[in-house]
Design a binder for this molecule. Structure first.
Ligand SMILES: [Fe+2]
Length: 232
């Protein structure tokens, strides 16, 4: 929506014609460069007709799924950076590095997904407020959170994306959109599964300093072997 000020600026710009260079004018030199608004080159939701051998119906369905996955990917990407900055505790260094590695992998995925939307003739979701409106990933608080909460949020976000991606692959395969299916299987699903493994491995309740002794049945009672062993 153009403001009163920007409309006045636009009017003013058009009125400033200087023709002291043989009639060609210096509008581009004198015009205000900011405050300009115009019609979109392509409205969100409208599909450009590109000759890639896929019907508009098929491309529309893929664009829809890809934009959903893109919005969720941008959310998980930013969740990784938030956690990279805010992580604390004895696993700080390992997680600080891991979160940034995963962030960078999500940067690549977001770019690939957005460009696939454009390749199919769509408009990729991009601005943060649009991402927040579209995403299915729960919004984290501004607070810094404990490591298990950080990891849990990440795993949930990954699963949301994986579920959507698996559904999208089945539909794209049935529809013959091989490029979208290939991208989702080879890049999106593989990357997320790998990241789930690395994140999930940290949510394992293992001792940090002393190995836990195996327990064995002594009569009817469970007793630790070694230290404090209950003799039968
Ligand atoms: Fe950093």
């Amino acid at each position: 929506m153009p403001t009163k000020r920007t409309m006045q600026q636009a009017k003013g710009n058009r009125g400033q014609r200087t023709t002291d260079n043989g009639g060609r004018g210096f509008d581009s030199l004198e015009a205000n460069l900011t405050g300009q608004r115009g019609r979109p080159t392509q409205p969100y939701g409208r599909i450009r007709n590109l000759p890639i051998g896929l019907s508009e119906r098929v491309r529309a369905a893929s664009i829809n799924s890809l934009n959903q996955i893109l919005a969720d990917t941008i959310m998980v990407r930013e969740l990784y950076k938030k956690n990279h900055w805010q992580v604390t505790g004895p696993t700080f260094y390992a997680l600080h590095l891991l979160f940034d590695k995963h962030y960078n992998e999500q940067v690549v995925l977001a770019d690939t997904l957005a460009e696939r939307v454009q390749i199919l003739g769509g408009v990729s979701v991009a601005a943060p407020h649009d991402v927040v409106q579209l995403t299915k990933v729960e919004r984290p608080p501004r607070d810094a959170e404990e490591v298990p909460v950080q990891l849990s949020r990440l795993l949930e976000a990954h699963e949301i994306i994986l579920e959507t991606a698996h559904q999208a692959v089945r539909r794209a395969t049935d529809d013959g959109d091989d490029g979208t299916a290939d991208l989702l299987i080879g890049q999106v699903i593989r990357t997320h599964e790998m990241q789930v493994w690395f994140v999930g491995a940290h949510l394992s309740d293992v001792p940090l300093l002393h190995a836990e002794q195996p327990t064995e049945m002594v009569g009817e009672r469970m007793a630790p072997r070694g230290r404090g062993r209950v003799e039968a």
